[in-house]
Ligand binder design. Sequence first.
Ligand SMILES: [Zn+2]
Length: 415
Amino acid sequence: MIRIKTPQITNTFLRYTKINTTSIASATHLPSSDNQYKLAQLVANDLKIAGCTDIDIQENAITIISLDANAESLPSIVFFAHLDTAPDHRQDTHAQVIKNYQGHNINFKENTEILSIVDTPELLNYIGQDIIITDGTSLLGADDKAAIAASVEAIKYMLVHPEFKHGAIKLILLPDEEIGIRGAKALDVEALNADFGICLDCCEIGEYVIENWYAGDAKISFTGVTAHPMSAKDKLINALTMANDFINQLPEKERPEHTENRQGYFWPHKLTGDTASAKLEIAIRDFDEKKYKERKDLLESITTSINKKYNKERVIIEQSDTYSNVKTGLDKQPEILRYVEHAMNNLGIIKKPLIMRGGYDGSVITPKGLTTVNIFTGAHNFHSTKEFLPCDSLRMASEMLLEIVSLSTVSYNHE
Ligand SMILES: [Zn+2]
């Protein structure tokens, strides 16, 4: 059964790509760019015209659109999509639709780059379909405007089909996912009083996240003692040497360049300073909660050992947790992945479970008490000027939302 029409959802998506919502990492306010607020207004207006009456756009651009349940005792579900696009490329998006793609290399209109089947062999999966690309100078922004379009069209469907039973449904638009999941951090999750959430923030059709890693950051400062080098013996204590000493005590093979799959790492990614003082930043990642904690403990013990060596507190460490593994929540509510997988079976989609070496809004929202799975938008080549979105995959992302809602109204006790 086709509930979502491809031309309509394609058109909705194309309209949203016209607002440039690049986030700005150096900004201190939320949203980091005003256009995120503008896009929230456009989406809210679309749903107002479609008949939504309960719309709340907050000053920080967090937007909550609520649809009442039309039957009793059904689960309450939240769809999440982020408003911003990655700061990797800042230009306005000029999206174009390639009709009936024939498996060829695609020349961009505006530059010499090509979207080739050698670099992106997945293109060949979409022969005969319509695909959306850019002009080669910007991101497409399907990450995450495809999610917005898919959610909007699913809600519009529910508004005109009262026979489609559902619990309370919310669409929440979040700012600044790409620059530290800031919107999700600011969201009052408890107030939502929902049963589970669905982010659409994965790539190709069929992908869904079964696990992502724990992420944290360590900020370490080193205080040295300066002396003129001509008479520095036994006086000078070089902060940079201390920082180097710290890095050398990390396990050599546990770095991003040596790890893959479910392996965690330490990533010293920023070092600034001089002899007098230095600052080091280390990203900590692990899928296993115990191992993640052990990594943080190791950083504490290296700090202690260097301080002991100098008999003074020359090293100060501050550690913070950024997000968590969604698996903890998914294990507690196994019905969520069952809905996702069952929905894919019903829609004839090949399942591609994903262990995500990264985070998304749901990895901040889940530990706050609302388990939020992550499913595909249909797009490829996120954060690249070669980002592309097959129109039918976009339609299927929207169909997935409806199918999950529909399955959630059926009891699974008899399976
Ligand atoms: Zn995203």
